[in-house]
Design a protein around this ligand. Structure first.
Ligand SMILES: [Zn+2]
Ligand SMILES: [Zn+2]
Length: 250
């Protein structure tokens, strides 16, 4: 854990804690929401389409503003090779490991389960054979590897669905009655992939499903998003804080 803390400390300079749910902040993905709405348009639509199939908790570790360092790393760990890839992979694993060590209990409490029986990832729909996120969650991270299971596979419909949240995007291996699943993804943009994955897991027998994402991608050139990012950046990143509870804990 010592090296996990050391390696993840380097990220504290550019991680941006998502704003707590409230006025102008989506209570699902913690991105910008229009005034007077509890969720952003995408999360509202996913709830309509998936009903109880939608994730029971969505927990972004950090905002990932487009063109910022964190968003770049989240792209590079997938799109570089060799030493570079390994460097970003170990860094991002340290971020995930440290965050889950401190906050997995909050996520479970939020989902009213004692803990998560199974950990899995949202697979790539772009045909990448082995997703580097799988290595991070299934092999490297000490807090997830013993519970990891390969469950989700994109269906033939996946590409045609675009960004829509749909239970038809993935198929899932069977889960024992009501097993709680911690679903990990690297980037949340519209939530279409992660929400579809949650719905597939529930259709296959999962109970509660929580999504933890490394980065909530935001495009600062769009609407009120720049102001949203600025407001979030005013606060210093604190490892002991997550979006599920007020104040330092963990
Ligand atoms: Zn949202
Ligand atoms: Zn927490």
């Amino acid at each position: 854990m010592a090296s996990v803390v050391e390696r993840s400390d380097q990220y504290a300079n550019f991680l941006v804690a998502p704003l707590p749910a409230g006025q102008g902040v989506c209570q699902v993905c913690h991105g910008p929401a229009n005034q007077g709405f509890r969720t952003c348009w995408r999360c509202g639509r996913a709830a309509q389409q998936l009903g109880t199939g939608a994730a029971d908790a969505v927990v972004p570790i950090s905002l990932a503003p487009k063109h910022g360092q964190y968003a770049n790393e989240l792209w590079r760990y997938k799109n570089t090779q060799g030493h570079q890839r390994q460097y970003f992979q170990t860094g991002l694993t340290a971020v995930l490991w440290r965050f889950l060590a401190l906050h997995e209990a909050c996520v479970a409490e939020h989902c009213t389960v004692p803990g998560f029986d199974v950990v899995t990832i949202v697979p790539s729909t772009s045909g990448r054979s082995v997703h580097p996120l799988r290595d991070m969650v299934a092999e490297i991270s000490g807090v997830t590897r013993r519970r990891y299971r390969d469950l989700l596979t994109p269906t033939q419909n996946a590409q045609a669905l675009g960004r829509e949240a749909s239970p038809a995007r993935y198929s899932s291996g069977a889960l024992e009655n009501g097993e709680a699943v911690l679903l990990i993804d690297d980037t949340w943009t519209t939530g279409g992939h992660a929400q579809s994955a949650a719905a597939a897991l529930k259709a296959a027998g999962a109970g509660r499903v929580a999504v933890v994402v490394l980065g909530r991608h935001l495009n600062g050139t769009y609407g009120d998003t720049a102001a949203h990012i600025e407001q979030a950046r005013m606060r210093r990143y604190d490892w002991k804080v997550c979006v599920l509870r007020d104040g330092p804990h963990g």
